[in-house]
Design a protein around this ligand. Structure first.
Ligand code: HEM
Length: 570
């Protein structure tokens, strides 16, 4: 009996303990739901909707680390009218911004939305720079504008982010850019003239490495001068190995999972270390815009900035040079590959592109292997040709994917939401470029966004009704050079189309990138016949492992054949 009473007492104690243990979370849940319901009623919910595919405990980790194609489709499918979604990652939540006006707000307000996460991914993870340099960059809260941000106390000489960026961007100064383009053009012509390809067809297994080699050498020699690749001929191969490893490095995964990633990065850095010793001897003041030893002035200006900061040693400077070479070549050369591929795939586009190109040739002879030089182009007019610009823009729309991340420096309002300080927000240009509701509002366009349509960025073309709005008529009157015919309409599209980012951090290489693709296509297609050896309509799959890190590379080879154009019959 006693035992029964005792066990009944124990049972009742257990139940009361259990119920009080349950009561607390239930009370919490009740209060939480009541607060949320109240906030919802007042339109003040504190967190945006969770994105799909979150898993218990690990949230969206798997999606970000191992399912890039699925991530791309989640980004693209998210409705922009809902503005913001939330991804759960360990120790952090990431707000993914889809609303066009919120994207414009973030990109144009660098006082509130700090570039720091992008810098940290690049310096710490991708380049593996030591902590003292990351601290230097992170302690500098003065922004990258000429005027430091009002809240900052950093002395001018310690404004590392501003000084480094200013000297790197020196290549966009008109005189420097002109020297860069001149050299790039000369290097391309040199390749055309010296190439062993004759007037018999030669087959190649893959168009991507073919274009890559031509453009990598022409671009790198133009920026750094020819000494860099001469002293380290293996750098070209290594940089593309490094390129393959960038997604791995950027994710911050443990090194033992991929030992070759750091090895290749080390070899690339060593190449720059060697080059710096012999190339960067003079002061920028003594140098012309371009010289054989160190290329553009920017390479020496950057060295001079690094010398002002004791945190930077030789290896770190060399790693930073590697970052510039990577920025200069990776995204834009891949874009050039897709430009060639998509244009050559369509006889209709290739034919119209050839007609446009012939209108900006400045030399009269048609090129052939024996008696005349390759044609010359008016580059200023070339980059304004409507169809060529549309082809380039459509290439970027289809193949560029950059995850752009910022952190809030202070709490602020973003659309319907209040964002707390230190919240990471992310946008992805690919998600906007593939959003049917943004591009095809009334659902009437026959041109799906997952198919390349080279005339998408033309207005007033035969494929579209001419734009007869008063604004279009005013523009046509003002632009006497193209009074009729299609016009390029790919600028000022805001958050619908921003392959190069926007605002203060817009890509400084965007003009060069366009020149690179258009000039390379014009010169090579005018000098050689090229044919893809693939079935009609075929195109290589993209390599989704690079989703979010720039222009997507192809995951398959594209065989093709090429021969020098036959002599013109006079
Ligand atoms: C198709 C080619 C390219 C694409 C799609 C591309 C894309 C981008 C994007 C989206 C950003 C902005 C990132 C952000 O806002 O967080 C950026 C920044 C940058 N890009 Fe490019 N880029 C290309 C070519 C180039 C080239 C040729 C260079 C030449 C050096 C270059 C150098 C840079 C640099 C230095 C920055 C950082 C700017 C800063 O610190 O404010 N890019 N790029």
């Amino acid at each position: 009996m006693t035992a029964l009473i005792f066990s009944a007492a124990i049972e009742s104690m257990r139940l009361s303990l259990l119920s009080s243990a349950l009561a607390l979370p239930m009370l919490y849940l009740f209060v939480f739901n009541a607060v949320r319901a109240f906030q919802r009623l007042r339109g003040e919910e504190t967190k945006p909707l969770l994105a799909p595919h979150s898993m218990p405990l690990i949230g969206h980790v798997q999606l970000f680390l191992a399912q890039p194609a699925k991530l791309a489709s989640v980004f693209s499918a998210a409705e922009h009218s809902k503005q913001i979604f939330r991804f759960k990652l360990p120790f952090a939540s990431l707000w993914f911004v889809k609303g066009p006006s919120q994207i414009v707000q973030i990109m144009s307000d660098s006082k509130t939305f700090d570039f720091e996460p992008m810098k940290n991914i690049a310096l710490q993870r991708i380049l593996g720079l030591p902590g003292r340099i990351i601290d230097l960059a992170n302690r500098d809260d003065s922004g990258v504008g000429r005027k430091p941000l009002p809240a900052s106390n950093i002395p001018h000489g310690r404004r590392f982010n501003y000084l480094e960026r200013k000297t790197t961007k020196d290549f966009t100064r008109p005189a420097s850019h002109a020297a860069f383009v001149d050299k790039f053009e000369a290097n391309l012509y040199d390749w055309v003239e010296k190439s062993a390809i004759g007037d018999e067809w030669v087959s190649y297994p893959d168009l991507y490495p073919f274009i890559r080699t031509i453009l990598f050498r022409a671009t790198t020699d133009a920026f750094y001068g020819p000494q860099l690749l001469k002293s380290s001929p293996y750098l070209e191969e290594d940089i593309w190995k490094f390129d393959v490893n960038v997604p791995f490095l950027a994710k911050g995964l443990p090194g033992f999972l991929n030992r070759s990633a750091k090895r290749v990065r080390h070899r690339c850095t060593q190449a720059f270390r060697m080059w710096r010793v012999s190339a960067l001897q003079e002061t920028a003041e003594q140098l012309p815009e371009w010289n054989e030893k160190s290329g553009l002035k920017t390479t020496t200006l950057r060295k001079e900035v690094f010398e002002q900061f004791e945190e930077w040693d030789d290896t770190s400077c060399a790693a930073s040079d590697l970052a510039v070479l990577f920025g200069l070549t990776s995204n834009s050369i891949r874009a050039s590959f897709w430009f060639f591929l998509e244009t050559l795939r369509s006889p209709d586009l290739a034919g119209d592109a050839a007609r446009e190109i012939s209108s900006v040739i400045t030399t009269s002879e048609t090129y052939n292997s024996t008696d005349t030089a390759p044609p010359r182009f008016d580059i200023k007019l070339l980059v304004r040709l409507p169809l060529l610009q549309s082809l380039f823009a459509e290439t970027l729309r289809m193949y560029v994917s950059v995850m752009i991340v910022r952190t809030t420096r202070q709490s602020c309002k973003l659309g319907d939401w209040v964002v707390q300080k230190d919240q990471k927000v992310m946008m992805c240009n690919y998600a906007q470029h593939m959003d049917e509701k943004l591009w095809n509002q009334d659902g009437s366009s026959p041109h799906a966004l997952d198919a390349f349509w080279g005339r998408r960025f033309l207005s007033g073309s035969e494929t579209e009704k001419p734009d007869s709005s008063p604004v279009a008529q005013m523009e046509a009157l003002a632009d006497q050079s193209t009074p009729t015919g299609p016009r390029f309409a790919g600028e000022g599209l805001g958050a619908k189309f921003f392959p190069f980012g926007m605002g203060e951090r817009v890509c400084p290489g965007r003009h060069f990138s366009k020149i690179q693709s258009l000039l390379a296509y014009a010169l090579i297609s005018e000098s050689f016949d090229m044919e893809l050896l693939v079935e009609d309509g075929w195109r290589p799959r993209v390599d989704w492992n690079h989703f979010g890190y720039g222009t997507l590379p192809p995951a398959m080879s594209t065989p093709f054949r090429i021969r020098r154009k036959a002599a013109a019959v006079v």
